[in-house]
Design a protein around this ligand. Sequence first.
Ligand SMILES: C[S@@+](CC[C@H](N)C(=O)[O-])C[C@H]1O[C@@H](n2cnc3c(N)ncnc32)[C@H](O)[C@@H]1O
Length: 261
Amino acid sequence: MTLTNAQVDWHHWLQRWDAQQSGYLPHREERFQAMFDVLEQVLPPTFVAIDLACGPGAISQRLLTRFPQARCIAVDLDPVLLAIGRGALGDMAGRLRWVEVDLMQENWVQHLGEQHLGEQPVDAVLTTTALHWLSSDRLVGLYQQLGAIVRPGGVFLNSDVLPFPSYLPTFTTLSKTMQSRQEQQAFENQGGENWEQWWQAVADEPAFASLLEVRKHRFGTRSTEFEPILDVHEAGLRQAGFQEVGVIWQRFDDRILLAVR
Ligand SMILES: C[S@@+](CC[C@H](N)C(=O)[O-])C[C@H]1O[C@@H](n2cnc3c(N)ncnc32)[C@H](O)[C@@H]1O
């Protein structure tokens, strides 16, 4: 299903996505750059990265701009967000490849392409604001798969709300209070567009109608709010063969978890 550039202003929708996400995460851009600061120090200038659960490609766009010799594979299931990403960013001069696949599917890695199944392993996998959509079981399975495709010395970086465990209730309350203050500031005081309003605006755009149908079919009624705690992520990554696992950046429970293979 292809929409033409004449039908949709892709750049407008990409900017609108970024604004909506930044309402929830005022430090979103700082967080992206902190992830890239890690890559700059641990990888050579030429590398292959995966932007996992990429949405319209926020990581890919910024990574390929900051690292002119890198290549990126952007992976997601959402046909609307992928269409916006493809429409606005294209293939970034042949350095960006989009892959439409469900991370819940056990064999999703095979969709990355033959060259990433062994001979030419992946140097880095990055993901933002996404893996809380997966249950703990599936998350641990996904980390096993990442352990197999990231080369020794390569890295995994997950930026997301990685909640505190239940035995730290004060930490949890503090983090949740900060989050709701940020949202109040962005959406009530400053009138920014929130998640529901953004998707309503997409639904009001006739050119998106058929993609929205596909989206509804793909996601169905699946839950998208599991939020496994930090400890589950750390244990899953260690079990998957990552040698060093720890938080490298943090604002309350919004963290960047770094794992070195
Ligand atoms: C809040 S968005 C974040 C997108 C992007 N990483 C960003 O920071 O702008 C969460 C993304 O996870 C993707 N996602 C959730 N579950 C998925 C799955 N099972 N397979 C592939 N992508 C998934 C959604 O489609 C969505 O694009």
